[in-house]
Design a protein around this ligand. Structure first.
Ligand SMILES: [Zn+2]
Length: 82
């Protein structure tokens, strides 16, 4: 996936990043999204533990956070028939 252009969402006006995934699909991401992940750490004595840490290279799909996401959603085949 490569980071692409920085723009604004047509629905809510928030800043988003357009990216192209490895399968060639364009996808909007939140430009600023604090994302946390579990990381496994090892102490000097060999003991392991897990902790929550910020993931600076992780982004959240804007399709999940956009308050206007329904206006971009394509109808499912079932909805299109009705
Ligand atoms: Zn939006």
């Amino acid at each position: 996936m490569s980071l692409n252009q920085d723009s604004k969402c047509r629905g809510c006006g928030r800043r988003i990043l357009w990216v192209v995934t490895s399968s060639g699909v364009r996808h909007p991401l939140d430009a600023v999204a604090p994302v946390f992940q579990l990381q496994r750490r090892k102490l000097a004595n060999g003991d392991e533990f897990v902790e929550w840490a910020r993931a600076p290279d992780a982004y959240v799909s804007h399709f999940v956070t956009c308050p206007k996401r329904d206006q971009f959603r394509k109808p499912t085949p079932k909805e299109a028939r009705t």
